[in-house]
Ligand binder design. Structure first.
Ligand code: PHE
Length: 406
């Protein structure tokens, strides 16, 4: 029988119908790769932090931004979703996509979970760095734990319009409320919204140029988030494709109001550290960030990190195995299977993909076929050992997910 409690870093939680965290995922909590000196995620964090430190100084020459990189990833569902106005029925809340601890707690799915509490604490320029958790397919660029950096900067009237002539004729807020348009929120003036957009895009663009050089190709895409409007995503051209590396926008005024900062306006962004580090260091596989292999970590140690390009170690061949089964009538999601494969197969699983799905014409039962690619970063896998792991995955799926092997 399942333990009725879940323990994460010494805190105990009651299991309930919401629980989706697994032992494998819980074992990642507290690793804090972003705080390990010389780890590529830590190196990129420091580069971006220093850019913000240098770009915003007070009159005494001290940085305006403060950084929070030790906040626990265990947050309330309220913090992760409600505090940033994610609607109750929004798809991003799905059990199949999140690691819920129970109905009340979860592993944060984004660092935006901390926006409200930190603004509420009185901060007006801060960075949050941390591990975030999302259930996902496994492949070379997706892993269920990754790292984000959140940035928030608030402006008073005086701060936003400091560089403008006749600033007394400008205001942050409309006197009456106007309509929300693609360009701005209802309470904001056009000049406030446009200046904030300019400030936001400038600091992000200069950050990208600092990391990747002046010739880097970037583009802004219009986006939507429940806690910013207008919103954008930044994409960077890398190895023949456009890669999404960050989301950002003008903070919803109702968020600032509810956090006690209603007389200021602000922007916020959230960027993916793995994506940026993969581009910067030419790291081909997201699982490498979890490697304890010295062949990986030594490449970043005591080097001029502007020069480091990752040298892949010899590629070992994959072993590919398929698995087909009848799905149970209800309560089955592919992400349950992906998690199970990861729990049982561990780091040897490079990829799981659904390759076929059909419904039996008479019985109406659903059948799924998945292809699992096994590969070790360290050695050539022996076929027999893969067959054993594959069989163990099948047995575990039959038992825990009530699928029926075909
Ligand atoms: N939290 C968003 C995400 O994870 C990114 C974001 C942060 C967007 C801040 C806007 C403002 O996708």
């Amino acid at each position: 029988p399942q333990n009725p409690q879940v323990t994460i870093q010494g805190r105990t939680f009651a299991r309930d119908d919401f629980t989706t965290v697994t032992p494998k995922i819980i074992s990642r909590v507290g690793t804090n790769l972003h705080n390990q000196p010389n780890h590529p995620l830590c190196i990129i964090k420091e580069k971006i932090r220093d850019h913000f430190y240098r770009s915003f100084l007070n009159r005494r020459g001290n940085p305006l931004f403060s950084i929070y990189d030790h906040l626990s990833p265990v947050v309330t569902v309220q913090q992760n979703f409600d505090s940033v106005f994610v609607p109750k029925d929004h798809i991003s809340r799905k059990k199949g996509d999140n690691y819920y601890i129970n109905e009340e707690f979860m592993l944060r799915a984004h660092t935006s979970a901390h926006q409200h509490e930190l603004v509420n604490a009185g901060l007006d320029a801060f960075l949050v760095v941390g591990d975030v958790y999302r259930r996902d397919e496994i492949d070379t660029s997706h892993y269920p734990v990754f790292h984000q950096m959140e940035g928030v900067k608030l402006f008073t009237h005086h701060e936003l319009f400091a560089k403008c002539n006749n600033a007394t004729n400008l205001s942050l807020f409309e006197t009456g409320s106007t309509a929300r348009t693609p360009d701005k929120q209802e309470t904001h003036t056009m000049e406030a919204a446009k200046l904030l957009e300019f400030e936001l895009k400038s600091i992000i663009t200069s950050m990208a140029e600092l990391l990747f050089g002046k010739d880097i190709q970037c583009r802004w895409i219009e986006a939507e988030f429940p806690f910013t409007h207008p919103s954008w995503e930044l994409e960077i051209f890398f190895q023949g494709e456009w890669l999404e590396v960050l989301g950002c926008g003008i903070m919803e005024q109702k968020l600032l109001q509810s956090a006690g900062a209603g007389t200021s306006v602000g922007y916020a962004f959230g960027l993916g550290l793995e994506r940026l580090a993969m581009i910067l260091f030419d790291i081909p596989d997201i699982r490498l960030f979890w490697s304890t292999d010295n062949r990986f970590l030594a490449q970043f140690r005591d080097q001029d990190t502007n020069q480091v390009k990752f040298k892949p170690f010899s590629k070992y061949p994959p072993v590919i195995q398929d698995m087909s089964f009848w799905c149970p009538e209800s309560d089955y999601e592919s992400n349950d299977f992906y998690d199970l494969v990861r729990n049982v197969g561990g780091e040897l699983v490079e990829q799981v993909a659904m390759i076929d799905e059909f419904t039996h014409p008479k019985t109406h039962r659903k059948s799924h076929c998945y292809r699992i690619t096994y590969r070790s970063m360290e050695r050539t896998l022996v076929r027999e050992e893969v067959i054993q792991i594959h069989a163990l995955i099948r047995e575990t799926a039959e038992r825990e997910l009530r699928v029926e092997a075909r």
